[in-house]
Design a protein. Structure first.
Length: 766
């Protein structure tokens, strides 16, 4: 089992030229586990700017598509240099595997099954073709890679399209270079294969080719290679399916041949029109063939297909239940509940840790407790939670209770969500829950609860159960029931949130109270490239996209960040102009943090400097070293082990950090301030360059163990991180192959620096 960010990779099930596919498990941003699939892109592709922009475009498109015939994408991002998609797991196989079956090769599927599969695929395709943006504008989405590999069938008879990796859409920011054709040649429409502009007609053509192959049991262009294949594709030279499978009737020939007409105007003009033609034929000729027949076929061939699902994996033992139920004799008198049958029966017992309120005997005959108003909106959210447990549903329940002025109920929802988020290590989300609670309770009253939250990370359910509820009531009873039903039998703790996990509970609570809370609408700009500012934002909900504008005006996507991530931290630490623009992809809630606020929060915190330094290393130093020609050769874990050994030192303006000609093995990275690089002495002394925050220097001489070739002097007060060269050498001593690679790069850098020093090239950095 491999840990990959917030996911556990359980088994690799496929490997391709660009990506690996894993069965995986996630603690989830919603606070509950999901069994899903991770598509992990190879790091060498992720390092390519053009590819990474295209990948993020794919993710933007895919994550917005929600349809029963399209594989759902839940999340995307980057871990240790590798981009990934987290997707719905389809327990089944693709059509390529299906067509490899001995019973299908050369014979084709039973026509009713083939038509059912393609009717479902075209249903999903019609949804994608007609997908609109948030403002109602058509996206003109074209898949461009409809093929047997990208149509999945499940063991329960479902059919889903997948892999919109090269989809074309209006407003897409990364474009295919002229002359480059993406997709699988054997399924391309003539206009696609010849490099012309494509629209939805190209997808319809590809559906026709797939249907032809399902009916015949062979490739449409079998046996053709090279120029002959290209000519047939260009001319759409596809014979009637009945010429290869005589069991098919001419009416079906006409349906397929219209889909694969060479002229786009002669094809079906929409996926819906193709769907209607298939449905009409199915209704008349194969009315009893549908999902149950597909399910039976796959089950019969399951062993041959080699289908692997989560039931084939060994699951960890069940965790301790979330609630401890009281003995009947100690239960408080239940509150009267006016609730529709959809919610009944509510749990009759409550957590043993919630004491029954002291009630004088004289009050035992008091009037019945007031009923709670279960509105249709609340019922919808509760049912949504039952269908797909998510702590965000509890947050929405809290907001609906707040609208009803049911403060106790609202706080109960937010409290449960905060505790469970914190238990999963999702402290940014827990921080947002705290802010919600503060709308209903004074900070002094709830501060002790907030102080405890960071300590819940990784605890078993029994460890957090005493803190879930502070009172009794119908909403609390319902929450207890929902958690008892939804609580997973195994657990994965999230990867955690930088900085928050290093704060003591007191500072965490003060941050919830003091940090400005910001809300951003979709497409709203949060940070502008080139602007000044020392503010960073902690994303507590939603997702942002980070992109940079090049000199030619082209936009390149750099990353996508979600709840628990920070943006703007480089400006926070260095004051440097913003290097990229950050916009909200979905509604975003964030906490705004600047150095002054953090200083106020941490004013009484003895370890404040260590907390900030660790965060700086995690967010800034790791990126700088990963881009270094020398440190970039290291594996992630080795590089981060060296990062932990960097010590912080401060020098005043005018102090010499490195002296030309001396033998020393310190490697430096400037955190704040600036320094100058000088060569020579006396009248021959000359300024070579100026170094600013984020600059790494001194590694060449330190690793080659040669005298320093220039002096570095602090031009202002400088804070710099320093690493003993001996620490790097110790790592290289244990890895001879790595040593050779590092020394080769260092030798090249030495030659380049010597060339620059004698004036053969422009002056360098030190």
């Amino acid at each position: 089992m491999e840990t990959f960010g917030r996911y556990q990779l359980l088994r690799r099930v496929a490997v391709g030229g660009m990506a690996e596919i894993f069965l995986a498990r996630s603690a989830g941003l919603d606070g509950f586990e999901k069994d899903l699939v991770i598509k992990r892109i190879r790091p060498d592709y992720s390092a390519d700017e053009k590819f990474s922009s295209m990948f993020i475009d794919e993710a933007k498109i895919s994550i917005s598509l929600t349809h029963q015939n399209i594989v759902q994408v839940f999340d995307f991002g980057q871990v240790d240099g590798a981009y990934y998609l987290a997707m719905e797991h389809v327990h089944g196989c693709d059509l390529d595997q299906l067509m490899d079956l001995g019973s299908v090769q050369g014979e084709g599927l039973e026509p009713g099954l083939a038509l059912f599969i393609m009717s479902e695929a075209t249903h999903g395709l019609d949804y994608a073709h007609n997908k609109k943006g948030r403002r109602g504008e058509p996206l003109h989405l074209v898949h461009r890679d409809i093929s047997p590999q990208n149509i999945m069938v499940s063991v329960d008879g479902g059919v889903k399209l997948t892999d919109f990796g090269i989809a074309k859409a209006k407003g897409r920011t990364s474009h295919t270079d002229p002359g480059i054709v993406l997709g699988k040649m054997a399924y391309m429409a003539p206009e696609h294969a010849t490099g012309k502009e494509v629209d939805q007609h190209a997808d319809i053509f590809a559906c026709g080719v797939v249907l032809w192959e399902l009916l015949v049991g062979d490739a449409a262009y079998a046996g053709e290679l090279g120029f002959e294949l290209y000519q047939r594709i260009r001319d759409a030279d596809i014979p009637p399916p009945s010429s290869r499978n005589q069991k098919l009737d001419p009416e079906l020939d006409a349906l397929v041949l219209r889909a694969v007409a060479a002229d786009p105007s002669q094809r079906y003009q929409s996926a819906r029109e193709l769907w209607e033609a298939i449905q009409d034929y199915r209704t008349r000729k194969h009315p009893r063939t549908g999902p149950y027949e597909l399910q039976a076929f796959i089950e019969a061939e399951r062993a041959s297909l080699g289908i692997v699902g989560f039931e084939d994996l060994d699951r960890p033992p069940e965790a301790t239940p979330v609630l401890i139920v009281e003995e009947p004799s100690s239960r408080p008198t239940p509150t009267a509940i006016s609730v529709p049958l959809v919610l009944a029966p509510l749990v009759a017992a409550r957590a043993a840790t919630v004491p029954a309120p002291a009630t004088p005997a004289a009050e035992s005959t008091a009037a019945p407790a007031p009923t709670f108003d279960w509105t249709p909106g609340l019922i919808d959210v509760i049912e949504a939670f039952r269908h797909a447990p998510s702590l965000w549903h509890l947050m929405k329940m809290g907001a609906l209770c707040a609208d009803l002025r049911e403060d106790q109920a609202a706080v109960a929802c937010y409290r449960v969500a905060a505790v469970k988020f914190a238990q999963r290590g999702l402290l940014a989300q827990a921080l947002l829950c705290c802010r919600r609670i503060l709308r209903h309770r004074p900070f002094e009253d709830v501060r002790p609860e907030m102080v405890r939250l960071p300590s819940f990370c990784g605890l078993p359910d029994a460890g957090v159960a005493p803190y879930l509820f502070a009172s009794h009531g119908p909403v609390e009873d319902l929450l207890a029931e929902l958690l008892a039903d939804a609580n997973p039998g195994h657990g994965v703790v999230g990867a955690g949130t930088p900085l928050l996990h290093h704060l003591r509970g007191e500072a965490f609570a003060d941050l919830a109270f003091m940090a400005p809370h910001r809300f951003f609408e979709p497409d709203e700009t949060i940070i502008v490239q080139g602007s000044a500012g020392r503010t960073m934002y902690l994303i507590a909900g939603g997702r942002v996209l980070v992109h940079a504008e090049k000199a030619n005006g082209e936009r390149a996507y750099l990353s996508s960040l979600t709840a628990g991530d920070f943006v703007g931290e480089n400006g926070f630490f260095t004051g440097a102009p913003r290097s990229a623009t950050v916009t909200a992809l979905y509604p975003v809630e964030a906490f705004e943090i600047d150095p002054e606020l953090f200083s106020r929060l941490m004013g009484q915190e003895s370890s404040a400097q260590a907390v900030l330094l660790k965060f700086y290393k995690e967010r800034i130093v790791d990126v700088v070293l990963a881009k270094s020609p020398v440190f970039g050769l290291l594996e992630n874990e080795d590089r981060r082990a060296l990062i932990d050994r960097f010590d912080l030192r401060a020098v005043e303006a005018g102090t010499t950090i490195i002296r030309e000609g001396e033998m020393s093995d310190q490697i430096y990275l400037i955190k704040d301030g600036s320094a100058e690089v000088w060569s020579g002495q006396g009248d021959g002394k000359r300024l070579l360059s100026t170094l600013g925050p984020g600059t790494l220097f001194g590694e060449v001489a330190a690793l080659r163990r040669i005298a320093r070739t220039a002096s570095v002097v602090a031009a202002s007060r400088v804070e710099a991180l320093s690493l003993e060269g001996a620490d790097f050498q110790a790592l290289l001593d244990a890895k001879p192959d790595l040593r050779r690679k590092v020394l080769d790069v260092v030798a090249t850098r030495v030659r380049e620096n010597l060339d620059k020093l004698v004036g053969l090239r422009p002056p360098p950095s030190a």
